[in-house]
Design a binder for this molecule. Structure first.
Ligand SMILES: Cc1cc2nc3c(=O)[nH]c(=O)nc-3n(C[C@H](O)[C@H](O)[C@H](O)COP(=O)(O)O)c2cc1C
Length: 364
């Protein structure tokens, strides 16, 4: 079994991470309107590097101006964002963390109120959060342009000094809208069977790989299943296998709850992490995330075959969560948290307000 505080080395690049803890991507609404990183966001993330996280991931950051999903979102779509990204990458590194930027496009979930344009997707779709606004099907030329934008953003992140990027292929955003059989009803090269629906992801990976250096770490975050989009576990396992062939450095499984199990058509039941670890059989490192809080959860995740453990809420509440795992019986405190506690953990008023929307996280 892995020890959470032991080093981890990415096999392809040889990059060593000081321990096996990952701050997962966490939207925090703190960026400026033009996507430039704010001092508050810089502070919240760099404090997690000072607090001992092995890997620190930025919030989902949009690769095109119109791919923006919400207010206060970090942008990686233009060079005017480069100075903030450079300052962040440099300070994350000074304090010892490996830095990843999470690259994303909202697709059908990029609200017209925010972008001023009709949302786009693999097909015409109406997402339940979009108040009846239907997305438009992307043309072939537009798809090619989005692929280049992901590549441009990755180049920008490497120039800024990030160790790598995580492609956001989870949680119903553009990449997963292409993967899902319900949201992708195309019959050209970007749709059809599972391989066709995976072409956007494949071409993004190829574009990023071709334009960044050998040592740049590139991974993907995937949701094992998304019912509304028509993404099934056996398909995501197949996509993960292809990702190995397409040269990725890690798969990040977004479980939301690592204890959740899934039964396949043959009646075999396993945790989501184990489905991936068994299927991939050590060919690519796995990060798993979802309700990991203490040593017991960490042990469970490693027993199920994870190489690294990701946290969202535990990392929001405890900037030094990795240090709190020292000692066998340590148990970082759980929600709800007072506003004062969260401010001491480096959250601004904006971020605290956002966290009050998460059930039971902030004390009323
Ligand atoms: C406030 C908040 C913001 C989030 N933002 C993102 C995001 O930008 N990108 C992403 O992939 N996941 C995002 N997630 C999901 C987390 O990365 C994580 O997978 C989820 O919170 C489950 O882990 P946890 O139980 O340790 O919190 C977010 C979660 C929370 C609570």
């Amino acid at each position: 079994m892995n020890d959470v505080l032991s080093e981890f080395t990415f096999p392809r690049t040889g990059l060593t991470v000081r321990n096996r803890t990952v701050l997962a991507a966490l939207t925090n609404k703190q960026s400026h309107d033009d996507g430039v990183l704010s001092d508050e966001e810089h502070h919240w993330l760099t404090l997690r590097s000072k607090g001992g996280f092995g890997i620190v991931t930025t919030a989902a950051a949009n690769v095109t101006e119109h791919g923006r999903g919400w207010e206060g979102e970090l942008g990686v779509w233009s060079d005017h964002q480069l100075p903030g990204l450079t300052r962040l990458a440099s300070e994350l590194s000074v304090h010892g963390a490996v830095s990843l930027a999470q690259l994303f496009h909202g697709g059908m979930r990029a609200p017209i109120e925010l972008t001023g344009v009709q949302p786009v997707s693999a097909s015409e779709n109406t997402d339940s959060s979009m108040k009846g606004v239907t997305s438009r099907e992307l043309t072939h030329t537009e798809i090619e342009s989005i692929i280049i934008s992901f590549g441009d953003a990755a180049v920008r992140c490497e120039e800024a000094g990030f160790s790598g990027i995580e492609l956001h292929g989870a949680h119903s955003y553009l990449i997963s809208q292409f993967l899902g059989m319900k949201t992708n009803r195309r019959n050209d090269q970007w749709g059809g069977d599972l391989l066709g629906r995976s072409m956007l992801l494949k071409h993004i990976i190829q574009n990023v790989r071709a334009r960044t250096s050998e040592n740049f770490v590139v991974g993907v975050r995937l949701s094992p299943t998304i019912r509304d989009l028509g993404i099934e576990l056996h398909e995501t396992l197949q996509i993960a296998q292809w990702c190995v062939e397409w040269g990725l450095d890690f798969i990040h499984v977004s479980c939301w709850d690592v204890y959740q199990t899934k039964t396949d058509q043959n009646g075999q039941e396993m945790s989501l992490t184990r489905w991936f670890s068994q299927h991939l059989n050590g060919r690519i490192p796995i990060i798993t995330t979802g309700k990991i809080w203490d040593q017991e959860d960490v042990k469970f995740a490693f027993d199920e075959g994870a190489d690294l453990v990701g946290v969202g809420r535990a990392g929001i509440a405890h900037y030094d969560w990795p240090r709190q795992l020292e000692g066998e019986h340590s148990s970082p405190t759980k929600p709800p948290f007072s506003v004062e506690h969260l401010k001491k953990a480096g959250l601004s008023d904006t971020f605290v307000t956002y966290m009050s929307r998460w059930d039971g996280f902030v004390l009323p």
